[in-house]
Design a protein around this ligand. Structure first.
Ligand code: NDP
Ligand code: 8X3
Length: 255
């Protein structure tokens, strides 16, 4: 039975898509559990959204690479909010644009541990709460990089192909339960993503030069729409790109 005010846990809520989802879903009456490593950011967001929308918002520090950190965050969130209905495994990153044979261990591990292992740890910790509620929705945040590989993206693409595989497996594994599974797979969107990837503000800005990219709110709207559909409707996958991006390699840039 769908709760009147779903309780939504979002990892990576300190910026970008996660922050936008928190803002949009709070405005729709959802209670929230917001996590990231930069806890001061999620705490400020939680205070703001709780006041603005009268919803309950739990904020916690979480590093999704570490089992104990994820387990503590999820347990404390569920205790503070009285359960969980929706998981958004959003925390993720690209680190560098290395050719495969040049990829340093540090970047390899950052991407695989956050984008693949972190997602498993989040779903593994959160799922019992959805099962207990008897109604749930798990969102994976994939990417066009999980549909089409590109040069300089081998490990990031591998991680997002992995996300796609996990979403498909989980949907099969949960068949027969009222828990929907959706992968939202965006193309280029202007967030802190390129700053984190390139570690250089000017280079990050240049990624979006002459293009009107997706915004974090466009992606949040995809999540909102899937969540609000009737219970018997499962959107498996949304591949969403800005109009200027016809494919990973075909981008229209204005002068
Ligand atoms: P941002 O860099 O703006 O946000 C990433 C979020 O992930 C931050 O809140 C960050 O918080 C969090 N995060 C990163 N590592 C960890 C960790 N180990 N533990 C907990 N939280 C972590 O980027 P986006 O919003 O764009 O990215 C969100 C997701 O969307 C990622 O999975 C990304 O791969 C994916 N994506 C992005 C696209 C884009 O073009 N922007 C397109 C397609 C997919 P903190 O640093 O505080 O921990
Ligand atoms: C982020 C989009 O094109 O940088 O997932 O891989 S892209």
């Amino acid at each position: 039975m769908r709760p009147e005010h779903p309780i939504v846990l979002i990892t990576g809520a300190s910026s970008g898509f996660g922050e936008a989802m928190a803002r949009l879903l709070a405005s729709q009456g959802c209670h929230l559990a917001l996590g990231a490593r930069r806890v001061e950011r999620v705490q400020a967001l939680a205070d703001e959204l709780g006041k603005a929308h009268g919803v309950k918002v739990f904020a916690g520090a979480v590093d999704t690479r570490h089992t104990a950190s994820v387990d503590t965050f999820v347990t404390e969130a569920a205790a503070a909010l009285g359960g969980l209905h929706v998981l958004v495994a959003n925390a993720g990153l690209a680190s560098g644009t290395f050719k495969m044979w040049e990829t340093p261990d540090e970047d390899l591990e950052a991407m695989m541990r956050t984008n693949v292992e972190g997602v498993v740890k989040t779903v593994r910790a959160g799922l019992p709460h959805l099962r207990k509620a008897g109604w749930g929705h798990v969102f994976f945040i994939g990417s066009t990089a999980g549909h089409q590989p590109y040069e300089g993206g081998s490990v990031y693409c591998a991680s997002k192909f992995g996300v796609k595989a996990m979403a498909q497996s989980l949907r099969l594994e949960l068949n027969g339960e009222q828990i929907r599974v959706t992968s939202v797979d965006p193309g280029m969107a202007e967030t802190e993503f390129s700053n984190v990837r390139l570690k250089d503000e000017d280079k990050a800005k240049a990624v979006y030069q002459g293009v009107k990219p997706l915004t974090a709110f466009d992606v949040a709207e995809c999540v909102r729409w899937c969540l609000m559909l009737p219970d018997h409707v499962n959107i498996d996958e949304i591949l969403v790109k800005c109009v200027d991006q016809a494919s990973v390699h075909k981008l229209h840039r204005r002068a």
